[in-house]
Ligand binder design. Structure first.
Ligand code: ASP
Length: 591
């Protein structure tokens, strides 16, 4: 019943046929997208990577082909030999809509079970089902487009890096732990029982060693692995554009990345101007309540602690600073909407949310009784609120000194209000460099200082003396690239002196023995003439996601994992055979 492909040669992709092909012969191959049987005429829409073409089977002129087509079902694999003709009535809905293929011969190359969901652009199937049958999901045109775009972006990155004198070097996947703040994925050694490789959280140490090795300019499009509790925009394995260069100034690294991003954005017709603006971390927190501010809209934050007199602060249990913003159009919010906003504020950590409605007929406020009319006026002036605005002020419990808890809460409300009030200009692409990060942040869980980025991040020279005495004041030479409120990547000028690197490890609480054991090889390498160096890594998946206009990373990864870190199609992770465990010297303890 099934035909062999034999020596049959495809002449055209389905989606490529045009009016100019009319009159010629064509052989197309692909999947049956749809079958319509009108008696004497039977239509098969045949689909491949490039699109769809309508094939018509005529019972009178080609009875054999027609009879065979009656057996074809959705997702059967077919080859059709025929003649291209102009349609009497064009279908402007598809690229091949001006023509159809009149079948002379049909080859049914394979059968298909009825798929669990129709292969269509608009898809209603649950994401779990789509992931389980990813090969069917991939037949849709959108995943094709996304993967093709991903290919183009990565290709452009490679071309740009090559043209700027960078050499792509592969670094090991089976290695030892590289600290990037996540848990390691471990691989047990069969040869050395009880010993483990770690999959790289990033090639950080290796790329620095390449600089010690004199490579000067390295890059790599590379997989990294981090065992974290997953959020919507994370994957346990992800791809970075990773780079490192010797003797760089910060602006040299920025220039390289700006060049890459301008070129990549041009692929999808987004005009981007370099250089990108810079902002200091502190200003980002105070003005936007975020370390990745979305600059597609204003709605800046203002510190308004002064507008809350001591007595009111006590009554409202306000600790730390109060931050406020003016939301344009928010003055029309109903009582119910304000309640919802209060709930939202609380859910992101606010202690209290206080509102002022600025209306032509006058200003009303939920806290006027507590802070007085004068202070309400002061608030309105401080936030430059105008008629129609809703002024939102928030307080929050200060958890870590100097981290401006209320600003972070206000920053979340800024995003929420920006979205709900529709003031974000979605046509804009706003890149931003963030600099001036602290070197350390306090880890509440570990009760000690942790690297804000990773322990190889360079230190602003004047702050070196404070490493031991006032670690919280030490500024790093790190930077982040932000686009429309998303962190695209981060990097730094590195520590290149062994003595400084050792002091940082110690400030992080590593004992002499621990640091020898974990980083001894690296500390050694640093003593053999390490050039000043620096670099950065960008998240490729995230860049593709944004440029493809997608909301989930899984839409731009061929075989993505769920938020529970599972591959539903390959059913991994999975149990393994007993003798495999034995060879590894591993025993599983049942819970
Ligand atoms: N290794 C860093 C990361 O993966 C990037 C860098 O510092 O170059 O985030």
């Amino acid at each position: 019943m099934l035909d062999f492909l034999g020596n049959l040669e495809r002449t055209h992709y389905c989606g490529a046929l045009r009016a100019s092909d009319a009159g010629g012969d064509a052989v197309v191959m692909g999947w049956v997208d749809r079958r319509r049987d009108l008696g004497n005429l039977l239509f098969l829409d045949v689909r491949d990577r490039s699109g769809i073409v309508q094939v018509v089977f005529n019972k009178e002129t080609q009875p054999e082909a027609h009879a065979k087509a009656e057996h074809a079902r959705s997702e059967f694999v077919v080859a059709v030999e025929g003649k291209v003709i102009k349609r009497e009535k064009a279908n402007p809905g598809i690229a091949t809509g001006e023509v159809e293929l009149v079948a002379a011969k049909l080859h049914i190359l394979n059968h298909a079970k009825t798929p669990p969901f129709p292969i269509e652009d608009e898809i209603n199937a649950a994401e779990e089902t789509r992931l389980r049958y990813r090969y069917l999901d991939l037949r849709r045109s959108k995943p094709h487009r996304n993967l093709a775009l991903r290919h183009k972006i990565v290709l452009e990155m490679r071309k740009a890096m090559d043209e700027m004198g960078f050499i792509e070097v592969e670094t090991p996947m089976l290695t030892r732990s590289t600290p990037e703040g996540a848990r390691d994925y471990l691989v047990p050694s069969r040869v050395h029982h009880g010993q483990f490789y770690a999959l790289p959280q990033s090639p950080q140490i290796f790329k620095q060693i390449l600089m010690i090795g004199g490579l000067d300019r390295y890059f790599q499009i590379v997989k990294c692995f981090r065992d974290e509790d997953l959020r919507a925009d994370r994957q346990p394995e992800f791809t970075q554009l990773d780079l490192e260069m010797s003797f760089p100034r910060q602006e040299d690294i920025f220039k390289v990345i700006e060049n890459v991003m301008v070129r990549v954005c041009a692929l999808v017709g987004i005009p981007v101007k370099a250089p990108f603006p810079h902002m200091r971390y502190k200003d980002a927190i105070r003005k936007y309540g975020s370390d990745k501010p979305d600059l597609r809209f204003d709605m800046e934050l203002y510190e308004v602690t002064d507008c809350f007199p001591a007595e009111a602060r006590q009554k409202l249990q306000i600790e730390g600073n109060v931050f406020a913003l003016a939301a344009p159009g928010g003055a029309r919010y109903t009582r119910k909407q304000l309640d919802e906003l209060t709930e939202k504020a609380k859910s992101v950590g606010a202690r209290g949310a206080y509102f002022v409605k600025v209306l032509p007929e006058g200003t009303t406020s939920t806290v006027e009784k507590l802070i007085g009319a004068e202070n309400v006026k002061k608030l309105v002036a401080a936030c430059a609120a105008t008629s129609g605005d809703l002024l939102v002020a928030v307080s929050a419990k200060e958890r870590i000194k100097g981290t401006e808890a209320a600003a972070l809460v206000a920053g979340q409300l800024r995003l929420y209000l920006g979205e709900t009030l529709g003031v974000i200009d979605k046509t804009q692409w706003k890149f931003l460099w963030l600099t001036g990060f602290p070197l350390f942040e306090w880890s509440e869980t570990e009760k000690m200082w942790a690297s804000a980025q990773h322990p190889f991040t360079g230190i602003v020279e004047e702050d070196l003396d404070k490493l031991e005495s006032a670690p919280w004041e030490v500024r790093s030479k790190g930077y982040d690239l932000v686009l429309n409120g998303h962190e695209l990547g981060s990097g730094s000028i590195r520590i290149h002196r062994q003595d400084v690197q050792e002091r940082v490890f110690k400030a992080l609480g590593l004992s002499e023995e621990q640091l020898r054991k974990r980083f001894g090889f690296f500390l050694d390498a640093l003593t053999y003439g390490t050039p000043p160096h620096g670099g950065i890594a960008l998240g490729v998946d995230r860049i593709v996601m944004l440029l493809a206009g997608e909301k989930s990373l899984r839409e731009v990864i061929a075989f993505g994992k769920t938020t529970a870190a599972q591959d539903l199609m390959a059913e991994s992770p999975s149990e393994v055979e007993k003798d495999q465990l034995q060879q590894l010297g591993i025993e599983i303890r049942k819970k």
